[in-house]
Design a protein around this ligand. Structure first.
Ligand code: SF4
Length: 328
């Protein structure tokens, strides 16, 4: 992952997101900084609760207004600072320049509207074209995601889970966005069709020359489609780099643990090494390194010192006191 700003579509600096819940402050995103290269796919990887979806919602500016707050940070998209835009300005960006695919297609589809109309509505909203032209483009989008144009007038309940997600993908890509955020796009689907849908998202993203932020907990998915990888833990990026760097030479103890916990067909199950312990309570984060209660390499300094994300090799960043000293 390069730090060349003119090649970056998205640059996030020190993003911090908090929720208030029953009198507690939930520290969901704790100072994320990252860059996304134009035309590339960045995999944002981590366990549930690591802050991946909150980061995506902050980019889209769709965090719940009542409970969530962006406390600090900058999000520059194509040279424009998103956090200073008005809601009206953001509406022009959402759907047209940045689109999002959610895990569950039913949260994105209106159950009482025809699927074709849901696609053409988005096209009409962002383009000065007639209803008829928008309908024709929607039919073309249906075909691009492998659904016959004859099904334009059907309702979501007439589609299987995989087909619904294809419709969601058609809506997300209908206006040729520069950035597609895909939040666990295949997790809710049957295992048998996950690979198909992922393959389709990936090839459409290439044909539309769209960059993709792929949120996932699945390293297998990252291995198949990502160019760059950022590993999240407790609302922070703890390691990032190109896919080759992260897969061939993971350094952070948490990243190493993730790879050791993935079952491989040639290994017997006794040799799996799950990461012991649980992620920290986001209302009461540890004082020093957030991973220190689970880290087998932790030294006293890790319990008080706050490790920064440092470049330990060209393009390879790691948030670990020992890794920064070359001691891992
Ligand atoms: Fe482990 Fe210390 Fe590195 Fe944190 S800073 S990951 S506790 S070695």
């Amino acid at each position: 992952m390069q730090n060349v700003t003119n090649k970056n579509l998205l640059t996030i600096k020190n993003l911090q997101v908090q929720y208030s819940s029953e009198g507690n402050i939930v520290h969901a995103v704790n100072g994320i900084s990252l860059e996304m290269r134009k035309g590339k796919t960045l995999g944002l990887v981590g366990e549930t609760g690591a802050g991946k979806t909150s980061t995506a919602k902050a980019i889209m500016r769709i965090l719940p207004e009542v409970s969530a707050k962006i406390v600090d940070g900058e999000i520059a998209f194509a040279g424009q600072e998103l956090l200073s835009l008005t809601e009206r300005q953001m509406r022009k960006i959402r759907g047209q320049k940045i689109s999002m695919i959610f895990q569950d297609p039913m949260t994105a589809l209106n159950p009482i509207a025809r699927v074709g109309d849901q696609i053409s509505e988005v096209i009409k909203l962002h383009n000065d074209i007639s209803k008829l032209e928008a309908k024709e483009r929607a039919m073309q989008m249906l075909e691009k995601v492998g659904i016959s144009r004859d099904r334009y007038h059907e309702y979501p309940h007439q589609f299987s889970g995989g087909m619904k997600q294809r419709v969601v993908i058609a809506i997300a890509l209908a206006c040729g966005p520069e950035l597609l955020i895909a939040d666990e796009p295949t997790t809710a689907l049957d295992v048998t069709i996950q690979a198909q849908v992922l393959e389709m998202i990936n090839s459409l993203k290439d044909s539309f020359a769209t960059s993709m932020l792929l949120i996932t907990h699945d390293l297998g998915v990252v291995g198949k489609v990502c160019d760059d990888v950022a590993i999240m833990y407790a609302g922070q990026i703890i390691e990032r780099g190109s896919k080759e760097v992260i897969f061939d030479n993971p350094v952070h103890p948490y990243t190493k643990g993730l790879f050791e916990a993935v079952p491989r067909i040639e290994d017997d199950l006794d040799r799996l090494h799950p990461i012991t312990g649980m992620p920290p309570d986001p209302t009461n984060l540890p004082q020093g390194c957030y991973f220190s209660p689970r880290c087998k390499y932790a030294i006293d300094e890790c319990k008080t010192g706050k490790p920064e994300l440092e470049e330990i090799a060209p393009g390879h960043f790691c948030r670990c006191i020992l890794a920064s000293r070359g001691a891992l």
